[in-house]
Design a protein around this ligand. Structure first.
Ligand SMILES: Nc1nc2c([nH]c(=O)n2[C@@H]2O[C@H](COP(=O)(O)OP(=O)(O)OP(=O)(O)O)[C@@H](O)[C@H]2O)c(=O)[nH]1
Length: 133
């Protein structure tokens, strides 16, 4: 049985209804694909705690668990693991998202989302998000 890989992901939505996508940098697996900011849960972390930490590390923004609303999740084979990834929406944070880890950032309209190259697990999430916004 594959081991579960728990990853928390976040769609930051700005005042114009655009979504922040991040491009995985060279050297990481799935380099070049566009994904939702976030990352793996550390031991003992809740998904919300992991996201608050990852958003700080990756984008230098501050938010809190009460600003994260879960909207969907992905459940998908990923190599030797099985990825379980809740997707949250966040509309309230402090600071300007800045690429702290060499990733490219892009604000996209909901209609543009599904034409971006993404990991397989993200495709249904992107479609759900587009339909929701
Ligand atoms: N953050 C994020 N990861 C995703 C998405 N879709 C998806 O398949 N993944 C996968 O989930 C895993 C998350 O790992 P990561 O590399 O972003 O997490 P991390 O920053 O905690 O890891 P690291 O410390 O090993 O670099 C990767 O295998 C990544 O490819 C997504 O939309 N966002």
């Amino acid at each position: 049985m594959a081991k579960l890989l728990l990853v928390a992901a976040c769609a930051l939505i700005d005042r114009d209804g655009r979504i922040l996508m991040a491009r995985r940098p060279e050297g990481k697996d799935m380099a070049g694909l566009w994904e939702f900011p976030g990352g793996k849960l550390a031991d003992g972390e809740t998904p919300e705690e992991a996201l608050v930490r990852e958003l700080k590390e990756e984008l230098a923004i501050d938010t809190e668990a009460s600003c994260l609303a879960p909207i969907a999740f992905a459940s998908e084979a990923l190599g030797e693991f099985h990825l379980l990834m809740p997707l949250y929406v966040c509309r309230k944070w402090q600071g300007m998202p800045t690429p702290e880890e060499g990733q490219e950032l892009k604000w996209v309209r909901p209609s543009e989302l599904t034409s971006m190259e993404m990991p397989a697990a993200d495709r249904p999430l992107a479609a759900q998000l587009r339909d929701m916004l």
